[in-house]
Design a protein around this ligand. Structure first.
Ligand code: ATP
Ligand code: MG
Length: 254
């Protein structure tokens, strides 16, 4: 089976994430996509994230009606930052020989790949599917590769002329481009709009996720909280509340 790992903070999951997963599943004939929220994403340090359990619960609601989509605990709490290279190796060790794993990522996240932990190893470990996102150009993908993998200027120029759907095959990295996703939505936007009605929120997140945001009072005061580096801390529905401030540390990326 062809399988993809789709990591992120998913705070909250939204229709853009689902559109990305659907487009990748169709184009690459994926039988399963693991949506893996990161407990401690190394590259999101500025604001405190919503508790992992809430983000996971929303993913479970959002993925329930597609048999290919599976919420994953791969990047659940370990006390360490979730480095993608380790997640990928861990997942691969559970797969069959006949399975093939892809790493699914939006272009805005891929842009920073060379600052991640062991990016060259990660790129050689798994083929990437890089998906378009409004405001970012897939034509620049080659330029953002780690230096040792980066094509020459001449090659980069030629690549830029190619259309945004194809495969870049290099020594040590294979990157598939998927240019058809044009969902202009982000989790940041939804956090800022969380005071709106379930009906209004349902334009950006699945209705069950909108209901969940409201009943758990997630993202209340989100704009001020993001500015001050603090987030909603409400944890009444889960038994085990964890110590605070776990997402405020400084780590390397990736
Ligand atoms: P935030 O605004 O908090 O950064 P986000 O909407 O970017 O949230 P993330 O959890 O950061 O969501 O993203 C997880 C993955 O999904 C990343 O690879 C990101 O590039 C991709 N992604 C998110 N939204 C979109 C979108 N609208 N189109 C394409 N890719 C997306
Ligand atoms: Mg993001």
């Amino acid at each position: 089976m062809r399988i993809a790992l789709f990591g992120g903070t998913f705070d909250p999951v939204h229709l853009g994430h689902l559109a990305v997963a659907r487009a990748a599943a169709e184009k690459f004939d994926l039988g399963r996509i693991y949506f893996a929220p990161a407990d401690l994403p190394p590259h999101k340090q500025k604001r405190r994230l919503t508790h992992f359990q809430h983000r996971y619960a929303m993913l479970a609601l959002a993925t329930a009606d597609d048999s290919r989509f599976v919420p994953s605990l791969l990047d659940a709490h370990t006390g360490q930052p979730n480095y993608s290279i380790e997640t990928v190796r861990q997942l691969k060790s559970t797969l069959k020989k006949s399975d093939k794993l892809y790493f699914l990522i939006g272009i805005d996240a891929f842009k920073d790949i060379s600052t991640w932990h062991k990016p060259v190893e990660l790129l050689s470990e798994v083929e990437f599917i890089v998906v378009s996102r409004p405001g970012f150009s897939l034509a620049e993908v080659g330029r953002w590769l780690p230096k040792s993998l980066r094509p020459t200027d001449l090659m980069l120029r030629a690549m830029r002329r190619q259309q945004a759907d194809g495969t870049i095959a290099l020594m040590g990295a294979t990157i598939h481009l998927l240019g058809e996703v044009r969902e202009r939505v982000s989790s940041t936007q939804i956090r800022a709009a969380a005071h709106k009605s379930v009906k209004q929120l349902s334009r950006y997140v699945p209705p069950l996720v909108a209901e969940y945001i409201k009943k758990e009072h997630l993202y209340a005061g989100s704009i001020a909280a993001e500015r001050d580096g603090a987030g909603s801390d409400k944890m009444l529905s889960f038994e085990e509340a964890r110590p605070q401030g776990h997402a405020g540390r400084s780590h390397k990326n990736g």
